[in-house]
Design a protein around this ligand. Structure first.
Ligand SMILES: *Cc1c(COP(=O)(O)O)cnc(C)c1O
Length: 399
């Protein structure tokens, strides 16, 4: 097997390349249109301001919000922090918060911070697919529950949560609902009104926009949040700091492209996804993690029983994907722990393959071929690389 310089990319759930159309839209905002959107006295400022407001409309259109409800941030991590801590501030005596153990690290960390600040957090269990049930949420509600925070889709194993159902139940009880939509934005339809969402976090780099820019939707008619970053008064005082003009323009353009092309793209990626899942299902010891159908259009997450992580990685050096070990020796994935995937057997690997806009059918076929060969090889020769002394890439927590 010859190893090309750049491995084939199967890690779109970690990040995506910037779409060339997005880049082209951004470029003049680094040079020609570099003004500060707050410079109201001259044309440089006006141009930047109108670009920022145009992007705000583009993001709002993708989620059926009003432009005035979109706050620009540095990405989903910041949006989740702002939504959670910014909302909880001023909610006393409502100090109770509900989430799950399968959330993204940024949510788990912000909940730990909330606990330090004196809030109470209930971690609802998830089912074996990593999904939360509306009934469990309702059962955990207390008179002092201020907020429920959940991810729309799990970034590791891809399962979708019943957001619309939970949203309706929470709205009827007057409880605020934050959704981390970093994985679904631009891939699956999101309608903050129809789904009764109060706060929604998104990130540009997960849908072909640049890194370091994102947004928080705030249902302003009912939800009040306090800023975490003050100064300058930008974003109506909710997020200080000079606007990232090129980044915001890129986020807007990525949102517009997604709004127009999402349905077609999702259909194409689901076909690829299902082809891979069907082929993997024929391989001995390969098990799908996450829900078989209620899952991200571009995510395949599997366990390999009888195959060591070393053998998997060394047999797929021309592929780029994420892997985390569920056994105690390697880095433990908190999501796999939450859904009960554990195995003391050292010959046990897990992997996430994620597809995207630039994935071709030929690449999909190469992925299937490589994985088939690695699994078949492991059936014959047990752990061929394990004692070979070849350097193995790191397996770590999935991002
Ligand atoms: C990527 C991701 C984040 C973090 O987004 P950043 O913009 O990189 O900070 C948060 N939540 C989920 C579910 C993600 O997939």
């Amino acid at each position: 097997m010859t190893t090309p310089q750049r491995p084939l990319y199967f890690d779109y759930n970690a990040t995506t390349p910037v779409d060339p159309r997005v880049l082209e839209t951004m470029l003049p905002y680094f040079t020609e249109h570099f003004g500060n959107a707050e410079s109201g006295a001259h044309a440089y400022g006006w141009k930047a301001k109108s670009a920022v407001e145009n992007a705000r409309k583009q993001v709002a259109a993708l989620i059926n919000a009003d432009a005035s409800e979109v706050v620009f941030t540095s990405g989903s991590t910041e949006s989740v922090m702002l939504a959670t801590l910014g909302f909880l501030e001023g909610q006393e005596p409502k100090r109770h918060l509900i989430t799950t153990r399968a959330e993204h690290k940024c949510t788990l960390d912000v909940c730990a911070k909330a606990e330090k600040l004196g809030h109470e957090v209930t971690y609802i269990p998830v089912n074996r697919y990593g999904q939360v049930s509306a009934a469990d949420i309702v059962a955990a509600l207390r008179p002092n529950t201020a907020l429920v925070t959940l991810m729309h889709a799990n970034n590791e194993i891809g399962s979708l949560n019943p957001i619309a159902e939970i949203g309706a139940l929470l709205r009827s009880r007057g409880i605020a609902f934050h959704v981390d939509a970093a994985q679904t934005i631009g891939k699956h339809p999101i309608d903050v009104k129809a789904m009764n969402i109060d706060l929604l976090s998104v990130s540009a780099h997960k849908y072909y926009g640049p890194k370091g820019i994102g947004a928080l939707y705030v249902r302003r008619s009912a939800i009040h949040i306090a800023p975490l970053m003050k100064g300058g008064g930008q974003e109506k005082g909710l997020r200080g700091g000079t606007h990232n003009g090129p980044g915001i323009v890129g986020l807007g353009k990525a949102s517009e492209i997604a709004r127009l092309e999402m349905d077609e793209e999702r259909t194409r990626l689901e076909k690829f996804r299902d082809k891979i899942i069907a082929r993997f299902a024929t391989l001995p010891g390969v098990e799908l993690n996450g829900h078989p159908t209620e899952r991200l259009c571009n995510n395949i997450h599997v366990s390999f029983r009888g195959l060591g992580a070393d053998d998997l990685l060394l047999g797929t050096r021309d592929l780029a994907f994420s892997t985390a070990s569920a056994c105690s020796g390697g880095a433990m994935s908190h999501v796999l722990g939450a859904v009960g995937v554990t195995n003391p057997d050292p010959l046990f690997a897990t992997a996430r393959f994620s597809l995207g806009r630039f994935t071709t059918e030929a690449e999909v076929d190469t992925l299937i071929e490589r994985i088939t060969a690695v699994v078949q090889n492991a059936q014959g020769v047990s752990s061929s690389y394990a004692s070979s002394g070849v350097a193995v890439p790191n397996t770590s927590e999935i991002c």
